[in-house]
Ligand binder design. Structure first.
Ligand SMILES: [Zn+2]
Ligand SMILES: [Zn+2]
Length: 402
């Protein structure tokens, strides 16, 4: 299922649809720099606005929104005597869930506003953008695919909420309370970095498994890849098990193995939301706050142009699996330069050190290793799960720092 496809070539009809002239055959690569494109006029019978919205992020689906309100409300009404001693109070965890939900929606709207307001930052050039495909939404998905996503949005809301309620009530300190021993700024920073690299490790191997195991690709992860031209609303539009699995092997295992205290925990969750939305935003600029921080200060930054390339058809399906902190793609040999490989494209301005090294090495073939066999590719996450369970057992069922 992983195969290389040729890049889509610009056509005169496609260019006309976006109000652009067809480039002359003698155009130099640099003439493609910062291509602006406009959207085709609205059809005579426009589709409903909710057809273009994510049920989770953009409240396009009333049932999903009511479900989310219901699940957030549950936290406020948990009887205090059911809450483990070193966890957040019901009011605190309810306010945290509410704040995260509001932040996610606001940041999604912000990222999409930036995409439409600043066309120069868009990652994909006009010639390869799929918006002209009639009948599809802004992300290249047809009506049947949109309906499938609404159903999975609903299942994601239910399964993620149930997971969070179970973790809150059964794992003491998973949602850290205010009574924890105060940490210095240096300790918080060190724990935050280690926690995020561990989270990224779990999610790297889950993502790789979802691509290389045919059953997982066909029945689970291909749903997320309906979107060939991501916008931030695509972020959580997955099969419900994709979202659930990521929550377990990412944030859950990381919080048990390298726990964060209350302020760091809240910052980490909101930063992670921002990073996920930016990764799918379809643009690279300083408005990608989480990625601009990574680009400036972190090695192996994984930028929107990497994940955008990952979504384009199947041509990158073996590569760039990492989320935040692309170190794991570098370590395990699956890093590629993504859109920064193409000189003159907008993403070239955001090429990382590693992108430049990879570009200098030239085209690299698709290489599969023994780790891409169905048994081996899930082993790292199985090992993480065993380590998390063992640590919980050692600590008497609580999340402890030791
Ligand atoms: Zn993928
Ligand atoms: Zn994605």
């Amino acid at each position: 299922m992983c195969q290389t496809t040729a890049a889509v070539q610009p056509t005169a009809a496609g260019m006309k649809a976006f109000g652009r002239k067809t480039p002359s055959p003698t155009s130099s690569p640099s003439s493609k720099k910062h291509v602006d494109y406009t959207f085709p006029p609205a059809p005579a019978t426009p589709s409903k606005i909710s057809d273009h919205m994510s049920g989770i992020l953009m409240t396009g689906d009333v049932t999903n929104t009511l479900l989310e309100v219901l699940f957030i409300s549950v936290f406020f009404f948990v009887p205090p005597h059911l809450v483990p001693g070193s966890s957040m109070s019901p009011f605190q965890v309810g306010m945290f869930a509410l704040a995260k939900s509001v932040f996610t929606r606001l940041y999604n709207a912000f990222q999409e506003a930036v995409f439409f307001a600043f066309p120069k930052g868009r990652t994909q050039p006009l010639a390869e953008h799929k918006l002209a495909k009639s009948g599809n939404d802004l992300n290249g998905r047809d009506k049947k695919q949109q309906d499938t996503l609404v159903a999975h949005d609903r299942l994601t809301l239910i399964t993620d909420s149930v997971l969070n309620i179970i973790l809150y009530l059964s794992v003491d300190g998973f949602y850290p309370g205010t009574a924890a021993v105060p940490q210095t700024f240096a300790e918080r920073a060190a724990r935050l970095v280690l926690n995020h690299y561990l989270m990224s490790f779990g999610m790297y191997w889950a993502h790789r498994a979802l691509h290389v195991v045919p059953y997982l690709w066909r029945h689970i992860h291909s749903i997320h890849h309906y979107a060939s031209t991501p916008l931030s609303r695509v972020t959580y539009q997955d099969h419900w098990f994709d979202n659930f699995g990521n929550a377990v092997v990412g944030q859950t295992f990381a919080q048990i193995l390298i726990p964060l205290d209350l302020p760091t925990f809240v910052f980490s969750r909101l930063f992670r939301v921002a990073e996920s939305l930016e990764k799918h935003s379809g643009h690279s600029s300083n408005w990608n706050l989480a990625h601009a921080i990574q680009f400036a200060w972190m090695p192996f930054a994984q930028m929107p142009h990497h994940h955008d390339w990952h979504h384009e058809g199947f041509k990158s399906c073996n590569y760039t699996f990492s989320s935040m902190g692309g170190v794991w793609d570098w370590v395990f040999g699956t890093r590629r330069a993504g859109r920064a490989a193409n000189e003159g494209e907008p993403a070239g301005d955001w090429a990382t050190k590693e992108d430049k090294v990879l570009n200098a090495m030239g085209r690299q073939p698709i290489v599969k290793s023994f780790m891409d066999t169905p048994i081996c590719v899930v082993l790292p996450d199985v090992a993480l799960g065993v380590a998390a369970a063992y640590k919980l057992w050692l600590c008497g069922g609580t999340v402890c720092a030791a």
